[in-house]
Ligand binder design. Structure first.
Ligand code: NAI
Length: 379
């Protein structure tokens, strides 16, 4: 557990603008909302429902995740910043009482649009609808109501773009045709990525701890199945981590037999030095927050009236951007993950709003001058 001094120190170390504790006696809500940066626009990030060991763990999670969102949004060229809300629950996947969701909605509303909520682990579309009864600052509208819908296909497309950039750098050709890609995690993004790769005539192998998901993809696409523990003892052209964070760690990286790592999972590096270890092993790592930004690009496209073509076009830019980051890493003699963070930080500095932060009321600041059309309509 932190004492108040170390907590303030933690917030200062990561340069957060604001960390808000939320509690509601009646509904039992216990939550933390972290706003890392609004220098480029209001902070955007998911609401995560999770079981934490203690409050310190929840605060740390909110702090780290919101900082990562700032880098992701900045590298994606968006006019939003990074934020995150975490709700502490003993049973995060049990239905969430409406009273608790409404209390959270009121807390989000009090922030006046400096934090825009979206779905994250443990959240359902129903949860977001209930939160939206108390605040308009909720994104992620389903397709049926003119919104952006499930972000996973766009995330998978962005990852594919990042893979093309990595292939250009390593093989001198962007093509994935005939390349062997091993996907760890056959969930929403992993399955969609497999479909895109098969359509390009890549050779695809898939592993998941849930064997039914692998079997479904084998049946649908004719991909090869791998036991989940075998991915680090298999060779191929591209390893695509699409399961949980921390896949690249001190134990797994020495075993990796791929010249490229490019996948969707957030926080793939167990610690920052893994970036350098990968360079040392001659493996090109496509920074996770750069290539998995398709989902947030898709979400941000809602603000001015969702247009799938625009979202697709903006996501396709990931290929060029990833290539630029590889080139910068090479020129500066640093690992790609570090180059990506530098790239994101520099844009935040260069393009910061007057005063360095977003103030409620200035909607055009975060739509790059375009008129704001909608957030989530009240239901
Ligand atoms: P998901 O929950 O649909 O799929 C994850 C899959 O990984 C599940 O099938 C699970 O069984 C499997 N898995 C868990 N541990 C594993 C292991 N050790 N080995 C093999 N498989 C394992 O999640 P989703 O939405 O596909 O996201 C995948 C990753 O991408 C997550 O890290 C997520 O944070 C990240 N991400 C997702 C975005 C989206 O648009 N859905 C956007 C940006 C990042």
């Amino acid at each position: 557990m932190f004492d108040a001094r170390s907590l303030a120190g933690l917030i200062a170390t990561h340069s957060h603008e604001q960390v808000v504790f939320v509690a509601d006696a009646e509904s039992g809500l216990r939550a933390v909302i972290a706003i890392h940066s609004t220098a480029l626009g209001p902070s955007l990030g998911g609401v995560r429902f999770w079981h934490y060991e203690d409050e310190s763990a929840a605060v740390l999670d909110a702090i780290r995740l919101s900082e990562a969102m700032s880098f992701k949004a900045s590298a994606a060229g968006l006019h939003v910043g990074g934020g995150k809300a975490v709700v502490m629950l003993a049973e995060p996947f049990a239905p969430h009482p409406d009273g608790m969701l409404r209390a959270l909605g009121r807390a989000i509303d009090d922030l006046g649009g400096r934090y825009l909520a979206a779905e994250d682990v443990g959240a359902t579309p129903h949860d977001m609808d209930v939160i939206a009864t108390e605040t308009r600052w909720v994104t992620g509208v389903d397709r049926g109501r003119g919104g952006s819908g499930d972000p996973s296909p766009m995330t998978a497309f962005g990852v594919l773009c990042g893979m093309h950039a990595a292939c250009s750098t390593v093989f001198g050709s962007r093509t994935l045709t005939g390349r062997h890609v091993v996907i760890q995690g056959a969930g929403h993004v992993g399955a969609e990525l497999a479909r895109l790769l098969v359509a390009l005539d890549a050779r695809v192998s898939v592993a998941d701890v849930d064997e039914r998901r692998v079997a479904a993809l084998v049946g649908e696409l004719g991909v090869a199945a791998l036991p989940s523990e075998a991915v680090f003892d298999t060779s191929g052209d591209v390893f695509a981590p699409c399961a949980l964070g921390g896949a690249l760690n001190d134990e797994t990286v020495p075993r990796l037999q791929f010249p490229i790592v490019a996948g969707a999972a957030n926080n793939q590096l167990a610690h920052p030095e893994i970036d350098d270890v990968l360079v040392g092993r001659g493996i090109l790592y496509a920074p996770d927050f750069v290539i998995n930004a398709g989902g947030i690009i898709n979400l941000a496209a809602e603000f001015t009236g969702y247009d799938a073509e625009v979202a697709l076009r903006d996501t396709a830019r990931i290929e060029l951007r990833t290539g630029q980051i590889f080139a910068e890493a090479r020129n500066q003699g640093i690992a790609p993950g570090r180059a990506a963070e530098r790239f994101a930080r520099e844009r935040i500095k260069r393009e910061a709003l007057p005063g360095g932060r977003f103030r409620p009321g200035d909607a055009t600041a975060w739509t790059n001058g375009l008129p704001l059309t909608r957030l989530r309509p009240n239901t």
